[in-house]
Design a protein around this ligand. Structure first.
Ligand code: AMP
Length: 240
């Protein structure tokens, strides 16, 4: 009797696996989510929440560059002058850094991109690199320029953990100290008003065309980014 039961269990397991594999379910379809939007539109804040919700790693090319700059790596040294001037880092450097990052095992089932792609060449390179079965979702946070400047001017970033506060909208409990890790909060050099203006100019010239690029493919979803972070998050969830 016991042997019969064991036999039945093994049989059921083998059949189950065969069905699973036959339906192509043995390899889950990777899901890549792109968050598009101007600097200061809330991509970083929303990416942290979405990454938890979707259980996908949050990959921010800006954070990767800042990590490299704080380690003074050759890549960080090369990127620094572009970033501090509000310019885009050349595509070749960004692509190599991003492709190395997405090769890591945590990205096998997909990832959430924050700050990438920022040029048509980057979008095309990403398309070439993704396996054809990938599900690609593009979410655009729509925020007008006059609000961007106000938002970025009050932004305070933690040098230690990257957490972001805002002087008006999410002030830290202790002045100039990060709520998450107690690190010192400072203004990013590229968040100074004159650099923000250049970043916005670059956004309209080089990144905004991606809205059209992804709209034409029918995969762009637009969300009003002027609402509160909770409302924006709910709208993003409803699009996924
Ligand atoms: P972010 O934190 O996304 O605002 O990025 C900060 C800066 O890093 C940008 O202003 C650019 O100088 C650089 N950067 C980040 N991502 C990219 C990208 N995909 N292409 C070119 N430059 C980038």
């Amino acid at each position: 009797m016991q042997l019969l039961l064991i036999g039945l269990c093994i049989g059921a397991a083998v059949c189950g696996y065969a069905l699973y594999a036959q339906n192509g379910l043995s390899k889950p379809i990777p899901h890549v989510v792109i968050l598009l939007g101007p600097p200061g539109s809330g991509k970083g804040t929303q990416a942290v929440r979405l990454s938890k919700e979707l259980a996908l790693p949050h990959i921010s090319t800006g954070d990767l560059f800042r990590e490299n700059m704080s380690q003074n790596s050759p890549l960080g040294q090369e990127a620094k002058s572009y970033i501090e001037a509000g310019k885009l880092v050349p595509d070749s450097l960004v692509l190599k850094m991003l492709f190395d990052r997405v090769k890591r095992p945590d990205s096998l089932q997909g990832y959430l991109l924050d700050g990438f792609p920022r040029t048509l060449a980057q979008a095309e390179a990403l398309e070439q690199m993704l396996p054809p079965s990938t599900k690609l979702t593009v979410l655009e946070l729509d925020v007008p320029d006059h609000l961007i400047v106000e938002r970025i001017a009050g932004r305070l970033s933690c040098a230690q953990c990257g957490n972001v506060h805002h002087r008006l909208f999410s002030p830290p409990s202790i002045a100039d100290r990060c709520d998450k890790c107690g690190g010192v909060l400072t203004q990013r050099r590229d968040d100074q008003a004159h650099v923000v203006e250049e970043r916005l100019r670059v956004y309209h010239e080089q990144t905004k065309p991606l809205v059209d690029f992804y709209s034409k493919k029918g995969i762009l979803q637009r969300v009003d980014g002027t609402k509160s972070p909770d409302e924006v998050f709910r709208s993003l969830q409803s699009k996924l």
